[in-house]
Design a binder for this molecule. Structure first.
Ligand code: ADP
Ligand code: GN1
Ligand code: MG
Length: 375
């Protein structure tokens, strides 16, 4: 799809003349562009078309983003040495005084200040990056822990509800619109074998044993911007910030950090676990979030580490069976390849379940001991 981007940019309150617009990032849902201006002093802008087939109520979503970013900026302003402009996304308003612009074709656009001298990583390379990622997502949850969850609109209902995801997969199998079910029987067996054990977090939540907090819900590692020294700078991609369980955010981050292969690797033998990166992320996460996590939340973190690759595999598989209607794909079996990577990752994680849980419990214990010494 091509858009008249200069015309769209003209609807926002920008400074300087637009010089060049480049497609940006590797997201699967929205379209992102870096808008550069002729003024070298200005970092430019980040323009995004929000996918309104996925996010059915973009104005309500943008209201969430507005609430979350202003809350984060207010909280950071109280912390000495913080820089809210660098550490939180800043929205650029449209000329009609809304925080988005809707074009004549019904596409929704939004703009942020471009954060220069930052990097996002699809694959994590060093322990420091993983540690900084954990610190950044933990701090994000901490700073939002006093924002009323009721204020946030659920941008995708039942986003991390595994029972609903399995139901959707079941319906896709029954409809089999593309005739692809016959190709994925081993994957379906894999899903069925684990379905009963994957509802534990959901059930603990329903029983009132886990608090609903404001969580990010898309903690892929590339949704953190690191600065040029690999320090965590800003958590981005706020479309799915809504009430959730911390184990979901933990599991999604680990899914993208611990895997030595990319999310769509064609050779699944390359999927192995980098346990030092797991430990580093866990340490960073507890450094920021250790003060507010309940014992039950700590216990469920390892369950999130299994659940999220499972759920992600279920989602890719459903999309494959439904004919690739949700995620951007570059070739016919892209979603199937992604599914196989998630399921291979899950197999490896299952083998190391005890080791991973021990690391979490050790880090939690160290954190509690240190915290009690400070008191
Ligand atoms: P998607 O929903 O498609 O994943 P993101 O909001 O994550 O979109 O943005 C895509 C990429 O654009 C990010 O991975 C990051 O590299 C870059 N990016 C996003 N926001 C900014 C920003 N404000 N400044 C600089 N780069 C950004
Ligand atoms: C999508 O937009 P992006 O690429 O950051 C998806 C996430 C998945 C991820 C898998 C709204 O995230 O839930 O975990 O792909 N976002 C949505 O890579 O569905
Ligand atoms: Mg993203």
């Amino acid at each position: 799809m091509s858009y008249n981007i200069p015309e769209i940019v003209a609807n926002f309150c920008t400074e300087g003349n637009v010089e060049i617009i480049v497609p940006f990032g590797s997201g699967h849902i929205n379209d992102t562009f870096h808008v550069k201006t002729t003024n070298p002093e200005l970092p430019g802008y980040l323009l995004q078309r929000v996918n309104h087939h996925v996010f059915k109520d973009v104005p309500a979503l943008m209201n969430n983003v507005q609430l979350v970013t202003s809350h984060l900026k207010k909280k950071l302003a109280e912390i000495p040495g913080s820089n809210p402009t660098k550490e939180v996304l800043t929205m650029v308003w449209a000329k009609d005084k809304q925080c988005f612009f809707c074009d004549t074709a019904g596409n929704y656009w939004r703009m942020y200040l471009f954060l220069k001298d930052t990097k996002s990583y699809d694959l994590v390379l060093t322990d420091q990056q993983a540690y900084e990622g954990g610190k950044a997502f933990g701090k994000f949850q901490l700073l939002l822990s006093d924002l009323d969850t009721d204020l946030l609109f659920e941008t995708i209902p039942d986003f991390h509800n595994i029972a609903m995801r399995l139901d959707r997969l079941n319906k896709a199998v029954l409809a089999d619109v593309e005739g692809r079910v016959k190709e994925v029987l081993p994957e379906l067996t894999f899903v069925i074998e684990r379905a009963d054990t994957m509802v534990t977090i959901l059930n603990l939540g329903k029983e009132g044993k886990l608090p609903l907090r404001i969580t990010h819900n898309d903690t892929k590692f590339n949704n953190i911007l690191l600065d040029m020294n690999d320090h965590g700078q800003c958590v981005i991609d706020l479309d799915t910030v809504m009430p959730g369980y911390v184990a979901y955010d933990f599991g999604d981050a680990i899914r993208t950090i611990i895997n030595t292969a990319s999310e769509d690797e064609s050779d699944i033998t390359k999927v192995t676990l980098n346990i030092p990166l797991f430990k580093a992320y866990t340490e960073g996460y507890f450094k920021s979030a250790g003060s507010f996590l309940s014992d039950m939340e700590v216990k469920t973190l390892v369950m999130g580490v299994l659940l999220i690759p499972y759920m992600q595999g279920v989602r890719f598989l459903t999309d494959y069976i439904e004919g690739d209607v949700y995620y951007k794909t570059r070739f016919a079996e892209h979603n199937l390849q992604r599914t196989r990577v998630q399921f291979q990752l899950l197999k490896k994680l299952e083998e190391q379940y005890v080791v991973l849980d021990q690391i979490i419990q050790d880090v939690a214990k160290t954190y509690t001991q240190l915290a009690s010494k400070v008191e």
